[in-house]
Design a binder for this molecule. Structure first.
Ligand code: 0RA
Length: 659
């Protein structure tokens, strides 16, 4: 969903596993100055994402301890002063003298870059992955940090400021139990924002609990009102949530399908281990058409898939064809079921834990270990085979659904060919109502999807035609959450979009053919505009997800008001800005509210919404794939009740409701 409100994505690169771990001695003894100098190199960005990265780093260490079998409970508290506390009941970070540094192991782990991994207890370190820069990075980027360890019958503690120890390691006397507590306050001079998002935290903690069956994550948010001097006013209030799933991925899939109609009641659950690689897969078919497959390697969401996902997909297609033929369920079709056919309506989660994961690709979101492919195939073939063999009614309904999908896909192919032939007869293959740009470098090119013909007209006149293309959309576009692929291809507005964007969709999607690196949704700031925007986002999310994942989808921000006095004109994008404008211009300024884009003069539209030098664009990104999937389903799916509940719950957040 739309997050970081900037056109310029933080472009720091996350440090890949290969460059960090397996590091030599020299690297092991590196101090923390480079982290404060170039934080983006270690945590990706200093925006909201990077800020939350600090939390993942600390909690991942506790999860590692849980995976090693020593920790069951992790309690995370977002405190009223904006600091974080993470408590676990693992073995505790060792406190004895470290031979290499001459300091305690605790201080070494907290103050030496990359030291953490060296003391790992073996097993499947989450910290071998995309996060895994070490807790010292958290320390370096925190205004203050305190670590407390329960170990050997005593309590130990040490405090730090911006990575430097401010106390010795202190022995606080006898105490029972074992565990580690880390408290830290992110450094406001490093981060653009130090406000944690409850939604982001909850999404990830829930996911961690699904992925690590049996571990309990407690999450508390403390609230404390204070006066202007920071003195408390009234009582401290704590909101709490507990995430604990005995069913692991089975519960994850049930959660994803909570508001969907399913083809069968049970979630299939498969797991196994081979050569140190642990594989867990859960799946359930819905009666719908979209595919939801989440994949993880060492608890990290591999958004670009990889060998584990390929292994699962291959074996699913092969087995359903095999059993379909064997059970005589494919007798009416000569063709084999394709991968897309067998995945229509499927919700599944694939999770592997690999001792030495290799993450590939620009965003390190793809698992590269080749050995994992065969291992996933073998484990899934074995378990799924048993299931298909022993549950004939399941087998029959799943293969029946895949055959329906095959027929629809066949119809879609014909529709597509028909359009191709039709457009080949015309002089240009691009849709007639597209006002294309003259420069054809996709890197620079922008496509505005504009609600309505009149706004489309203003946009065409106001744009910079060298790099801005305009495609007006008429009325409501098809709800792709509730339609099968053949209907989607047959829809004119969608067809125009697909042809203009150039990539194709679903199984024919090819990002290399993208004609515009920015696809900008520009709708009115009212309820209808929001609806059209949601329909477009649903379409992109379900049928061209890579466009979203790679940051190509944007939302234009037209102003809501114009405040003017004499020659001075101020455009305001929200009520706060309007207040500021009134203050600046004085109380007798004239304020007008824009009813829609169509009302704006072309120059006005350019100046306020389209000129790269002055506009604001929201870049759409997927912070949490599971939550996004659920949200699109709730908003656009078949069931009315969850939608009603959602709207009631969020009614208070809706501003500028214009009915
Ligand atoms: C190194 C060795 C051992 C435990 C840990 C690290 C450890 C680190 C963290 C960070 C957060 N929670 C943690 N819990 C444990 C185990 C040494 C031993 O007892 O053999």
């Amino acid at each position: 969903m739309p997050t970081e409100a900037t056109e310029h994505t933080p472009s720091g690169t996350a440090v890949g596993a290969g460059t960090v771990y397996g590091a030599d001695q020299i690297q092991v003894l590196e101090g923390l100055e480079p982290v404060r100098k170039r934080p983006g190199m270690y945590i990706g960005s200093t925006g909201e994402r990077g800020l939350h990265h600090l939390v993942w780093e600390v909690v991942d260490n506790s999860i590692d301890e849980a995976l090693a079998g020593f920790c069951r409970n992790i309690t995370i508290t977002l405190r009223a002063d904006g600091s974080m506390e993470v408590v676990d009941d693992g073995r505790g970070i060792p406190v004895e003298l470290h031979p290499k540094t001459g300091k305690s192991t605790l201080e070494t782990v907290l103050t030496v870059l990359h030291a953490g991994g060296k003391f790992g207890a073996g097993g499947y370190k989450v910290s071998g992955g995309l996060h895994g820069v070490g807790v010292s990075v958290v320390n370096a980027l925190s205004e203050w940090c305190e670590v407390e360890v329960l170990r050997d019958g005593r309590r130990w503690a040490q405090g730090y400021s911006r990575g430097m120890p401010v106390t010795e390691l202190r022995d606080l006397g006898p105490a029972e139990g074992t565990g580690t507590t880390t408290r830290f306050k992110p450094d406001g001079t490093i981060f653009e924002t130090t406000l944690f998002s409850r939604d982001i935290l909850v999404g990830r903690f829930r996911e961690m609990a699904f992925l690590n069956r049996g571990v309990t994550l407690n999450f508390h948010v403390e609230h404390q009102e204070t006066d202007s001097d920071g003195a408390p006013l009234g009582p401290k209030v704590t909101e709490s949530e507990v995430f604990h799933y005995e069913g692991g991925l089975r519960d994850f899939v049930a959660y994803l399908n909570e508001n969907k109609d399913c083809l069968h009641n049970d979630v299939l659950h498969m797991e196994g281990e081979r050569d140190g690689v642990v594989v867990e897969v859960a799946m359930q078919y819905t009666t719908g058409y979209s595919e939801t497959i989440l994949s993880f390697a060492n608890n990290i969401n591999t958004i670009d898939g990889g060998t584990h996902l390929t292994g699962f997909r291959n074996v699913l297609t092969r087995m359903l064809n095999e059993y379909g033929r064997k059970a005589n369920l494919l007798k009416d079709t000569q063709q084999n079921l394709s991968g897309d056919d067998v995945r229509e309506g499927l919700t599944s989660v694939v999770s592997v834990k690999v001792p030495e994961p290799q993450f590939e690709g620009q965003t390190k979101g793809k698992l590269g270990n080749t050995e994992v492919l065969g291992i996933v195939q073998a484990i899934v073939a074995d378990k799924l085979g048993h299931y298909l063999e022993s549950q004939p009614s399941f087998t029959k309904s799943v293969i029946g659904k895949a055959v329906d999908a095959l027929r629809a896909r066949e119809a879609a192919r014909k529709a597509r060919e028909l359009t191709r032939r039709k457009s080949a007869l015309e002089s240009s293959t691009l849709p007639g109502k597209l006002a294309d740009c003259s420069d054809n470098d996709p890197q620079r090119a922008e496509l505005y999807l504009v609600e309505g013909d009149s706004a489309g007209g203003s946009a065409k006149q106001g744009r910079d035609r060298r790099f801005q293309a305009i495609l007006p959309l008429r009325g409501k576009i098809l709800n792709t959450e509730r339609a099968r692929i053949d209907k989607i291809y047959a829809n004119e507005e969608i067809q125009a979009m697909i042809v203009a964007i150039g990539t194709g969709i679903a199984d024919t999607f090819d990002v290399a053919k993208l004609r515009y690196h920015k696809v900008i949704i520009m709708t009115d700031a009212d309820v209808d505009g929001a609806h059209i925007r949601t329909l477009l986002l649903t379409f992109f999310f379900r049928y061209a997800k890579e466009l979203v994942e790679h940051g190509h989808i944007y939302i234009a921000q037209p102003p809501l008001y114009k405040a003017e006095k004499g020659k001075k004109i101020l455009y305001c994008y929200n009520d706060r800005e309007l207040e500021a404008a009134r203050a600046e211009l004085g109380d007798n300024c004239t304020v007008s509210r824009f009813k829609g884009l169509g009302e704006m003069m072309p120059e006005q539209l350019w100046e306020t919404t389209m000129n790269p030098a002055t506009r604001t664009l929201l870049q759409v990104d997927i912070e949490d794939a599971a939550e996004s999937d659920r949200l699109f389903n709730v908003l656009m799916g078949d069931r009315v009740e969850p939608r009603r509940a959602f709207i009631q719950q969020h009614a208070l957040e809706v501003r500028n409701l214009d009915v």
